[in-house]
Every structure is written in C-alpha cells, then in structure tokens.
Design a protein around this ligand. Sequence first.
Ligand code: CA
Length: 232
Amino acid sequence: MASQTQTVLVVEDESSIASFVSLYLKNAGYTVRTAANGTEALTQAAKGDLTLIILDLMLPDIDGIEVCRRIRKSSDVPILMLTARDEDVDKIIGLEVGADDYLTKPFNPRELVARVKSILRRATPDRREKESAQLQHGDLKIDAGRREVRVGEEEIQLAPKEFDLLWELLDHKGLVLTRDQLLERVWGYTFAGDTRTVDVHVRQLRRKLGDASPIVTVWGVGYKVSPARDAA
Ligand code: CA
C-alpha cells in the first residue's frame, strides 16, 4: 500500500511554538505547513488538501474560534484547537464552532502528537460495526450510519465527539463508565488524560438534547445512561 501523505496545517503566530509543534509532527511522519494568521489559515484550508488543522485561539487578525467556524461551513477537516485558558473550552467544542478537540497551553508535544493520531484514527471510518446501527432511548433516536440524532422529529446537530460519546454511553446502557474509560473509548487516549474534556462534552450534550438527554452523572465515578422511559 502506497503511503499517503498526511498534511497538517499549524496555525500559530508565535513562531517559536509553530516551529516546535512542526518539528514534532514532522518527526511523527506528517507533512507540515504553517500559517501565521487567520486569513492565511482560511486560504490554506480552502485548497481542501489538509488532513488536519492545529489552530491557535489567539491570532493577530481573525481569532481561532471564528476561523474554525468559517472552515466548518464548508469542511469537516479535523481541527485541534490550542488555547491558553481553560474557560474557552466550552466555546471551542460547543455549538457552532465545532473543533474536534483542544489542548491547553502549555502542552506536552508528545501529547499533541498523540491527540493528532487519535483524531485521525477517529476521522477515518473504522467503526464499521456502527455503520447500519441505530439506537433508541425514549424520544431520542441515533443513526450511526448517517450520524444523525433526532429528538422526536427534530434533528439535533452534534459535534463528532459529542456523537461518539452519546453512542458509547447508549451502547452500554445501565453500565457506569468512568471518565478515563470514556476518554479511551471516544478519544482514543491510552493514558490518563484530561478528563475535563468528558465533562465539557457531557454538558454540551445535555444542553443540546434538553429533556431527552439520557445521561446520568454518577458522583465520584463517571456517567451512565438511565433505563429508557417508555416513549410517549
Ligand atoms: Ca497565538
């Protein structure tokens, strides 16, 4: 099998961070391009040949959130956001912005590479067992092949990781899954990572699904899906 070049775009105005990240990615076998501002990032993204984008939140012209939002209008290219502040996390992976994952600065470059690999593994259709599968829980219906979620007749837009997390929980109905288990199953981390990611995604799911959310917090342990109420 011919090895296909995977191109990662690093969008970061601080050249020391950009070159440091580039170096690690090149060593991991990726082709790397860089952009020092949002405008350049959008130009590069429009070419449509990127495998993944690493996008810093703080950029001199258009901020990373707006760049991400604009890219998402026409592309599903995986995006990993870099942020200096924890508070931005809700926004980044939340409604309308649609980044796939984030890292808070300062970060370990090996973790960055691990996340990139994990996102790309998830972005490829390797979850064949889900292709034609559908799950239902009360008014909530999930179609894995179409990656569609409905509450009653209304379609709910979920970010990719929100979808995967919801699926994982529903697929283990009645079982409590710990944050570390969810990180490993949904994000593909094989080490204890930042479990706050799980909490943020659960919060988004609850916000989007409203009363139809089946997710129950099990204090001190993790999350589970409650037994389905009978559909009205
Ligand atoms: Ca920056």
